[in-house]
Design a protein around this ligand. Structure first.
Ligand SMILES: [Zn+2]
Length: 357
């Protein structure tokens, strides 16, 4: 399909749409009869993915970002397929019927709620197979009684510093396993290509990567759950880590996974009826949380000292600013969320307002 897109572009200076790609399938099945053993919607879904990657490519170009042309995917890296609507059926809680594959035993991790929309079968690099359902469900978040609000400053040194001055340490899972990862990669690179030892070695490396991934995910799930259970309103910076291009920091940024944190926090908050506010990150570290004065704060400066007498840790200062900015914003816009309006830290809003007036 990718090849066809290239061909059409060279011929007509345009790209083929999904319908055109789908219309190619019958002919491709004649050339490659193996494809007849794949459910038709799965093949169409591959076309969806091709179109999506082209759309992503153009979006990135239109937004002025660096964009790589969609690439061919090695068969070893092709680890999932999707039934977008039909072709699968639960026989009971232990068996799943997949069209053109047959009946497979499953280990149901949890009862599926809502209307099942799609099913994606995933094989991990350690040869574990997962059936992932996406479902449509109506969320009725519970009414929250308390009015607890918190500002979060996510960092590389500490995972997060909260506006009540408590700290969540950065577990640094990747860093902890780095030695062993390097050792395993070295061992892999020494094995002869195509040998069974190389396969074994690759599997061991994949196992270790999986472990780090699982540790991190577990940490993020627990941390985000704790936040939405404990607080009604959470303010954090509207950072876009994927746009933060700093090759020295990139490793650490990957290790703390802010993207994933934000993703998990967002959906958990929705379930729990907890409000999130992503505030503009401008000056959150440079501004004095007490008097509003702005000063340069290079990363090496760990304490915020101000002429007004404030002397607190850099990250604590940021978390207070994040909290103040979010409240102030709501205050001004008159769109205050009820639970947030009657907050205990109202004094800081007033303080902020006087500073700006
Ligand atoms: Zn100050």
């Amino acid at each position: 399909m990718l090849e066809y897109e290239k061909y059409i572009y060279e011929k007509d200076i345009r790209f083929a749409n999904k319908i055109e790609l789908n219309n190619l399938l019958p002919d491709i099945k004649i050339i490659n009869p193996n494809l007849k053993s794949v459910h038709s919607q799965i093949l169409q879904n591959v076309n969806d993915k091709v179109i999506k990657s082209f759309n992503g490519f153009f979006n990135r170009i239109n937004n002025g970002n660096k964009a790589g042309y969609p690439r061919f995917k090695n068969i070893n890296r092709y680890n999932s397929f999707t039934y977008p609507q039909s072709g699968f059926k639960f026989l009971n809680n232990k068996k799943l019927k997949l069209s053109k594959i047959g009946i497979v035993n499953i280990n149901l991790h949890r009862i599926i709620k809502g209307n099942i929309k799609t099913l994606t079968i995933i094989r991990t690099s350690t040869n574990k197979w997962f059936a992932c359902f996406s479902v449509h469900i109506d969320i009725n978040p519970p009414k929250r009684e308390s009015n607890k609000i918190i500002g979060l400053d996510l960092g590389l040194d500490k995972f997060a510093v909260l506006s009540d001055n408590s700290v969540i340490e950065n577990p640094r899972f990747l860093k902890k396993s780095l030695e062993r990862l390097r050792l395993k990669s070295r061992q892999l690179s020494k094995k002869e290509k195509g040998s069974s030892n190389r396969l074994k070695s690759r599997f061991k490396l994949a196992k270790l990567h999986e472990k780090v991934y699982n540790q991190r995910l577990d940490f993020l799930h627990k941390t985000t759950l704790k936040f939405v259970n404990e607080y009604n309103c959470i303010a954090l910076e509207d950072l876009n880590p994927s746009s933060m291009k700093n090759k020295y920091l990139q490793f650490s940024i990957n290790d703390v996974s802010w993207d994933r944190f934000r993703q998990l926090l967002t959906y958990k908050a929705e379930y729990a009826g907890c409000k999130l506010d992503f505030v503009n990150p401008k000056n959150t570290s440079k501004e004095c949380s007490k008097c509003g004065n702005i000063q340069d704060m290079p990363l090496s400066k760990r304490t915020y000292n101000c002429s007004c007498g404030l002397s607190i840790s850099r990250d604590f200062n940021s978390s207070l600013n994040i909290l103040h900015h979010s409240l102030f914003h709501r205050h001004m816009a008159g769109t205050a969320i009820k639970a947030c309006e009657e907050v205990s830290v109202e004094t800081s809003v007033k303080q902020e307002a006087t500073c700006l007036s």
